[in-house]
Design a protein around this ligand. Structure first.
Ligand SMILES: [Zn+2]
Length: 346
């Protein structure tokens, strides 16, 4: 299938911006009181900057809306080699890094090797599931607080974290309905099979009971922070970083976001699974229904091999499995990037 295209009107975008700006709790409240517009910060957005990601569009919009902020906000691409990315980040020395949990984990690894020459004060994560173990790894490695948010192309600011570290859902602007495998409502306190989203902010493309595929738990108890918005826990898509053999004998991390962006944007495939077989070999499984599967497989191999060179891999072998169904992962969504061995902090 093709990915959904979600059109947001100006009013909806204003709601997302306001929710992001006002509700995400500040790890340094005093600093925010003196500097509410973040003018004294250097904010680095680290992502797949050629991709179709909503957060990227949102960042570009922020720069247009607030020219003052344009000076303090810069975007960095994970599609370039990790050493180039590090050179750029070290030169900018951001105080705030907004990125995906797997990217934050990689930066934490890099910091442990002494290759990060600045000390960020806040890490904002979103876009992927953030496990407790990865959060600890990032907070210890980078020595600062992590603030996570939960969003999607369908609604960019579904949830935000309060100062008690709890995720609150913006249920004044959206309706979240946790459901079981039969589509029946799941009571509070239980993990759902999937979740239906109704967007109350966007009139241009109304979304009513849209199946997001995320597993959530809605809690009945009120949070100690005093907010009346419900506390939720989210298990979204979880793709693994892949540790591959590099040219210099060291291991190279391939980020799942980079791999999925490559396969979607450069190779034009959306139903796939990339499984690591060993530190030189990946197995690509493509959707059985695609008539042009061999051509698609060739495009994928080409994109992956080019990327392997950029990332400094020793060699890369891509085996393809065509016409085999893509298996489902731990969450309801198929896991698309699967490591050979789970990383210890994953
Ligand atoms: Zn709270």
């Amino acid at each position: 299938h093709q990915p959904g295209v979600f059109v947001q009107d100006a009013r909806a975008m204003a709601v997302y911006d306001a929710l992001e700006a006002l509700r995400r709790s500040a790890p340094r409240p005093l600093q925010r009181w003196f500097d509410p517009l973040l003018l004294a910060e250097r904010i680095a957005f680290v992502g797949a900057t050629t991709g179709h990601f909503a957060s990227m569009v949102s960042m570009q919009r922020l720069r247009q809306l607030n020219p003052f902020m344009a000076q303090s906000l810069r975007c960095f691409s994970i599609l370039q080699s990790t050493s180039t990315l590090l050179d750029e980040l070290n030169a900018f020395a951001p105080t705030v890094i907004a990125t995906y949990p797997t990217v934050a984990a990689l930066l934490s690894d890099v910091a442990a090797q002494g290759a990060l020459h600045f000390a960020p004060k806040e890490i904002w994560t979103g876009g992927e599931t953030l496990s407790a173990a990865v959060r600890r790894h990032v907070e210890q490695g980078l020595g600062c607080m992590v603030r996570n948010s939960y969003g999607a192309s369908e609604f960019m600011s579904i949830g935000w974290e309060c100062q008690h570290g709890q995720m609150h859902a913006n249920t004044d602007w959206l309706i979240l309905e946790p459901i079981d495998a039969q589509g029946q409502p799941v009571p509070p306190g239980q993990v759902s099979h999937s979740t239906l989203l109704t967007n109350l902010a966007n009139f241009v493309q109304p979304l009513i009971r849209y199946d997001m595929g995320d597993q959530i738990t809605v809690h009945k108890e009120r949070c100690e922070c005093g907010s009346s918005l419900p506390v939720i826990e989210v298990q979204g898509r979880r793709d693994d970083p892949l540790l591959m053999a590099g040219q210099d004998g060291r291991l190279v991390t391939l980020l799942p976001l980079a791999l999925t962006t490559l396969l979607e944007d450069d190779a034009g495939v959306f139903d796939f699974q990339l499984r690591q077989q060993d530190d030189h070999t990946l197995v690509l499984r493509l959707d059985p229904h695609g008539a042009d599967a061999p051509a698609a497989a060739a495009r994928c191999r080409n994109a992956l091999e080019k990327f392997a060179v950029t990332q400094g891999l020793a060699r890369l072998r891509v085996r393809t499995e065509l016409g085999r169904p893509v298996t489902r992962g731990r969450s309801g969504k198929p896991q698309r990037i699967v490591a050979q061995i789970q990383r210890k902090h994953g």
